[in-house]
Ligand binder design. Sequence first.
Ligand code: FES
Ligand code: FES
Length: 158
Amino acid sequence: MAAYTLRVNGEAHDLDTDPAKPLVYVLRGELGLTGPKIGCALEQCAACAVLVDGEHTLSCNRAASEFEGTEITTIEGLAEDAIGARIQDAFMAENAAQCGYCTPGIIVAVASLLKSNPGPSDGDISEALADHLCRCGSHNRVLRAVRNAISGGQADAA
Ligand code: FES
Ligand code: FES
C-alpha cells in the first residue's frame, strides 16, 4: 500500500518513499521532474519553488507527505498552462538565463504573480522575485522577460 499520494501536474502518484523526505527530492528522484532545483535546501534561494494550489511554495524543506490533498504544479506542468507557456516563451525570447539553474523557480514565481495580478507594477515584480537568487546575474534580462510576458512583447519595443 502506498504511504501517501501526491497530485502533480494533474496526475495522482502513489508513493512508497519515506513520508518525511522533502518534496523536491520526491519530485526529482521518484517522479523524474527535474525542473525544480536543489540549491541551498534551506529555504534561502528559491530554486526549488513549485506551485501548491496555485501558491508559490518552496519544496526543499517540507515533507512531501504534507502536500497530500493539494495540487502541485512544477515548471514542467506550467508548459501546459497558457500563462506559464507565455512566460517561458518570453524567457526564451529574451535569453533570460545563463546557467539556468534559478530559472524554473523564477518562472514559477512569475506565474504565481500573474495568475493573481495580470498587470503587476515593477514593485510587485521585485517583491515576487525577492527570494530568488541568481548567481549568474541574469536579473536585467529576467525583468525584461517578465515585462514582455505581461505586455505581449511590447516592452522591448517601447
Ligand atoms: S533549494 Fe529550496 S530554497 Fe534553496
Ligand atoms: S542563470 Fe545561473 S543562477 Fe540564475
